[in-house]
Write a protein that binds this ligand. Structure first.
Ligand code: ISL
Ligand code: CA
Length: 544
């Protein structure tokens, strides 16, 4: 079988440092805390960590607002701590992938401070400025993703600057070659420290061309990415994953195909499919499995021979997957395993978001002052001004808001879930007394054990890495089933996405005796043509 790059047989694990482990009781997770938990991750079997931003930052967006790209935030530790993390992870066969946030900086970055002080500063053109509109107001009606206008006025220069996110996150002007050279030098600084690659934040926004109406999905993205690759990571043995909310199966290969600069993209077509056309994430639609399968199946097909999929349902911006797509009550364990089985055995590289490996759930806040997220708070202000009832907005935020994924990692049943000896910056989920790492790892049938098994399968079975993908029963409203084929080996995956028993009829050529690799409800070695599935039952069978 073909030799695969390391990131095709490895599983990624995302850490949101602020919420992972606080080593010094100052209420905020940190790098020494991460180092203290590396054995947990090594046991899980992951090959690399995607580390959400740890750079120096005022933390308006928990580090996605960078004030110094070459230093570590004091909240998180020091450069020395970072080097220790890279070395300690490496000792365990784990690489560290940094988050590259280069669509914008913090407004506290020295470049922006110079840019906003004078039109004549060279750094002024590192950002996107426009004169006031005819009425003296903002140059366009564009809204920020985080609520309010996307333009803020700076009296010192008499101009507005663009911020697609909060006013504390001014957008960089990628059309400026000196700015691009600064970014590339910064990337080499981290590559030279031995990192395993980059996850690139909202990377399709760097190619914007606002005078021609492109704020996102901009036309210059691929030119800049090709240049970036040549100037930085090209020829180095690292992984690159670009985040894009606009990428489609039609444009994916321009990012991650043979002609593209990157190895993978994080695409969100399957996420946005579940949002309201008008209210977006704040008003979730009922889950539609057929549509969900259609999207994921289309991505499997589009990247079958070129490019490579990233496989994920969760990250720091999304609700907890067991709450969103499974059942976080009665069937929490079975549905968490089911989701993992379906995602990990498709073609691509799976990503586990911290806490997912023990089935952490959404939280339920009742008051707006319990939320911390800049996106939630900004959109709340807009929604209330537009007449939405506070409880309606909070219901949406509890279902789909970003703070769900940001409550502290639940290590134990003890005080503050073992996350901190202080008072965490955001409340611990009350269910930590039952859902925690210590309890789940002690259970041989726990969720952690299930993830460990799936992650190990990818390392040992070529069909998991290289096998073709064929959806089975695409129109079935409750069952997600597919077949992977490689070199005479066949892997069949069957999952009941519902809380009721289901009958499922397999294609005749799939029935027979095989070897059960993983199962949530006791082994299934022989597949009958007529399957009777328990609620949220899932399994994978190998045929040779
Ligand atoms: O859900 C979203 C889209 O409506 C946003 O939260 C989305 O995740 C965001 O626009 C893109 O995310 C990335 O860039 C943001 C940062 O806040 C996110 O945490 C990051 O993943 C700005 O840097
Ligand atoms: Ca700390």
């Amino acid at each position: 079988s073909p030799t695969a790059p390391w990131w095709q047989t490895a599983t990624g694990y995302q850490i949101y440092p602020r919420s992972f482990c606080d080593s010094n009781g100052d209420d905020i997770g940190d790098i020494p805390g991460i180092i203290s938990k590396l054995d947990h991750l090594a046991d899980l079997g992951i090959g690399f960590i995607w580390l959400s931003p740890v750079y120096r930052s005022p933390m308006a967006d928990n580090g996605y607002d960078i004030a110094d790209y070459r230093d570590i935030a004091p909240d998180f530790g020091t450069l020395e701590d970072f080097d220790t993390l890279v070395a300690e992870a490496k000792r365990r066969g784990i690489r560290i992938v940094m988050d590259l946030v280069v669509n914008h900086t913090s407004s506290a970055h020295a470049w922006f401070q110079a840019a906003r002080a004078s039109r004549d500063a060279p750094e002024h053109d590192y950002y996107i400025w426009r004169d006031p509109g005819a009425d003296g107001g903002p140059p366009s009606e564009r809204k920020s993703f985080f609520g309010g206008p996307a333009w803020t006025f700076v009296p010192e220069v008499g101009r507005y600057y663009l911020h697609l996110f909060s006013p504390a996150q001014p957008d960089l002007n990628w059309a400026n070659p000196a700015l691009r050279a600064e970014i590339y030098a910064m990337m080499r600084f981290w590559l030279d420290r031995g990192i395993g690659g980059f996850r690139m934040d909202v990377i399709d926004l760097i190619g914007k061309d606002i005078d021609r109406g492109f704020y996102d999905g901009g036309p210059h993205t691929f030119r800049y990415l090709a240049e970036m690759r040549a100037e930085t990571f090209g020829g180095r043995d690292v992984v690159t994953v670009g985040e894009s909310w606009n990428v489609t199966t039609g444009t994916a290969l321009a990012f991650c195909g043979k002609e593209g600069a990157l190895d993978m993209v994080f695409q969100f077509n399957h996420v946005v499919e579940g949002w309201d056309p008008v209210y977006g994430k704040w008003k979730p639609k009922p889950f539609d499995l057929v549509a969900f399968k259609r999207v994921l199946g289309a991505w499997q097909e589009a990247l079958a021979d070129d490019g490579w999929n990233s496989l994920f349902l969760s990250n720091h911006d999304l609700p907890r997957q067991v709450s969103k797509y499974g059942d976080d009550g009665l069937y929490r364990v079975a549905s968490a395993k089911m989701l993992a089985t379906v995602m990990h055995l498709m073609k691509g590289t799976p990503f586990v978001y911290q806490g997912e490996e023990i089935g952490m759930t959404n939280t339920a806040f009742s008051r707006i002052d319990q939320f911390r997220d800049v996106e939630t708070l900004g959109n709340y202000a807009d929604a209330i001004a537009a007449g939405t009832a506070p409880e309606d907005f909070i219901a949406g935020a509890n279902a789909n808001g970003r703070d769900n994924a940001r409550t502290p990692m639940q290590w134990s049943a003890g005080e503050q879930a073992g996350f901190t000896t202080g008072t965490p910056w955001i409340e611990v989920n009350a269910n930590h007394t039952e859902i925690n790492v210590a309890a789940d790892r002690a259970d041989p049938d726990g969720i952690f054990a299930h993830y460990r098994c799936l992650i190990a399968l990818r390392k040992t079975l070529p069909v998991v890495v290289h096998g073709s993908f064929r959806m089975v029963g695409a129109e079935d409203e409750a069952v997600f089933a597919y077949v992977r084929d490689h070199d005479g080996e066949r892997l069949a995956v069957v999952a009941n996405f519902s809380g009721t028993p289901r009958d499922f009829v397999l294609d005749a050529d799939l029935a027979g005796n095989g070897e059960c690799l993983v199962a949530s409800h006791g082994p299934r070695d022989r597949l009958e043509a007529h399957l009777r599935l328990a609620p949220y039952e899932s399994f994978a069978v190998l045929f040779k």
